[in-house]
Design a protein around this ligand. Structure first.
Ligand SMILES: Nc1ncnc2c1ncn2[C@@H]1O[C@H](COP(=O)(O)OP(=O)(O)O)[C@@H](O)[C@H]1O
Ligand SMILES: [Mg+2]
Length: 206
């Protein structure tokens, strides 16, 4: 039996605390959030960004598309987040990220693994140029970049391969695993009608 409570956010207290401390660092950060598809990466970053209470945030989800499709999506997100800038090519997109982070923005790029595609790969070198500038002036930079992606092989080819432009550039990595038992029980408690005898049986686990 399922109740019709609105779907909420459960658990992940440790990951939220870790992100909170990164977001409050007031110093350049480049975070990778890894974990398989549907494990909860997007939900986590959205929760962390809304809790952080930082006015300057930008979230962009990269579509599985060519450069034109990616730029259209970026411009839509820029508009949604109330930014007046628009990007016409991938280098300009990377430069805008650098500019926004320097202004104190937290920029989250979701489905980052798509930059492994041949037709988008140049973006990695453009982003490397920006990231290296930001890292070398870490003290006055108060914003940061968060990348999320699911395909382990592609994400490591982008960020951990020695020959990759962005090799060794991340400052923090968060690997998401499944929700813990307490969070699952909390979720069940709100969304499923658990028969009383079963609830009593589960009580010690809450
Ligand atoms: N902490 C959470 N609490 C409740 N629901 C969650 C949580 N994390 C993920 N979900 C749900 O699980 C589904 C997949 O999560 P999502 O964040 O889209 O995963 P990913 O970005 O890793 O593919 C979504 O429907 C989302 O609402
Ligand atoms: Mg996602």
């Amino acid at each position: 039996m399922i109740s019709n409570q609105p779907w909420g956010f459960y658990g992940r207290q440790q990951e939220l605390a870790q992100l909170r401390s990164i977001l409050q660092r007031q110093r350049w950060f480049f975070v990778q959030i890894a974990g398989r598809r549907r494990i909860g990466k997007t939900s986590l970053i959205q929760q962390a960004m809304s809790q952080a209470g930082r006015a300057k945030t930008l979230y962009i989800q990269i579509p599985d598309s060519d450069p034109a499709g990616v730029l259209t999506a970026c411009n839509d997100y820029l508009q949604t987040f109330g930014l007046t800038e628009r990007v016409a090519h991938l280098q300009q997109f990377a430069q805008l990220i650098g500019q926004l982070v320097r202004q104190g923005y937290v920029v989250a790029i979701d489905e980052f693994q798509y930059f492994h595609r041949r037709q988008l790969f140049d973006f990695c070198s453009y982003l490397q140029a920006e990231v290296d500038k930001l890292a070398s002036q870490a003290a006055p930079v108060t914003g940061g970049l968060i990348v999320l992606g699911s395909l382990h092989a592609e994400m490591s080819a982008l960020l951990e391969d020695r020959s990759a432009p962005l090799f060794n550039r991340t400052t923090d990595v968060l690997s998401l695993d499944h929700l813990d038992f307490a969070a699952l029980l909390e979720l069940l408690d709100v969304h499923a009608v658990i028969p009383q005898p079963l609830k009593q049986l589960l009580q010690p686990l809450y």
